[in-house]
Write a protein that binds this ligand. Sequence first.
Ligand SMILES: NC(=O)c1ccc[n+]([C@@H]2O[C@H](COP(=O)([O-])OP(=O)(O)OC[C@H]3O[C@@H](n4cnc5c(N)ncnc54)[C@H](OP(=O)(O)O)[C@@H]3O)[C@@H](O)[C@H]2O)c1
Length: 348
Amino acid sequence: MRVPVAVLGATGLVGQRLVRRLANHPWFELVAVTGSERSVGRLYGDVVRWRLPGDPPPEAARLIVQPSEPGFEARLVFSALPSRVAGEVEAAFAAAGYVISSNARNHRMDEDVPLVLPEVNPDHLQLIEVQRRRREWSGAIVTNANCVAIPLSLALKPLDDAFGVEKVFVVTMQAISGAGYPGVAALDIVDNVIPFISGEEPKVESEPLKLLGRLEGERVRPAPIRISAQTNRVASRDGHMLCVSVALRRRATPEQAAEVLRAFRGRPQELKLPSAGERPIVVRPEEDRPQPVRDRDAGGGMAITVGRVRACPLFDLKFVVLGHNTERGAAGAALLNGELLVAEGYVP
Ligand SMILES: NC(=O)c1ccc[n+]([C@@H]2O[C@H](COP(=O)([O-])OP(=O)(O)OC[C@H]3O[C@@H](n4cnc5c(N)ncnc54)[C@H](OP(=O)(O)O)[C@@H]3O)[C@@H](O)[C@H]2O)c1
């Protein structure tokens, strides 16, 4: 029997990708979708402005969009709600006993909420016990990180394990879809680069420290890494690109670093979770890769691509990272967290 699941904010850009990923999922069955007042009470297939190739999956199209409040049969709930509503709605679901896997930023840095990237810190799920005790609820909130923090942390993890990461300087080129739908107005972004994304740099500078941090008793001790981020919106549709320089605690040649990145496997690969590719990190040798159009769909959108690994005259190493922002950075990340939650026995 498949686990009944729901998607909150199912009509949005991230919600649609979740709905598509859940079609024919081997473990999960989509039984409920929610949206704003605009959509509630109508058929998902009629109300969704489908932004992906083809049509919405027929099983999802037949569902009636429900309000974002507890009351349906799902045991695991994926949240793709905007942050202006996600905080309270997710807490209400957890209080009603649902396990939430959220994309929204609201609870990410709460001390008792696991911020999880399954390849990096699967053990942080243990915070669920602390959360349940402190908040006196039987459900749980687990979050995935920001769509830049995810590819950055995934690339840093093997380097940190092997050589120790001390400092990171990252400059991003972020796709328009990162702003949700309709995103940035065409007249603002075509022929242009916008050197500011509201709230983004603090997230990129803080979330990786929690992801790469160590679980000590009832809290996570942040990783002792300093990160400086500059984030830019550019005119690609999907795929965030990161130019990264790192200072290491132990010296490493670019070849050694590339090998460590290439060889990296995490808990999802060990557990063979359905959404985990064989390789979470693809290392490309070409001097002009990764590129959003060519590399964002690597590993079904779940692998990050690292290229141009070379020596850095200021720090130790520099390289380029690409991750699909609405897949690896959002829908796929939430789904992988959901699969990990089931595999580790957190979904009753
Ligand atoms: N886009 C990305 O790259 C990305 C990456 C990582 C994380 N995230 C996060 O994921 C979440 C969703 O992002 P998105 O890009 O998919 O946004 P989006 O395209 O704007 O979609 C928002 C969704 O929330 C629903 N909604 C809006 N107001 C609501 C309300 N008051 N009550 C219930 N539902 C409501 C909308 O329903 P209707 O269509 O019915 O109005 C829609 O389904 C956000 O928290 C975002 O920060 C996004």
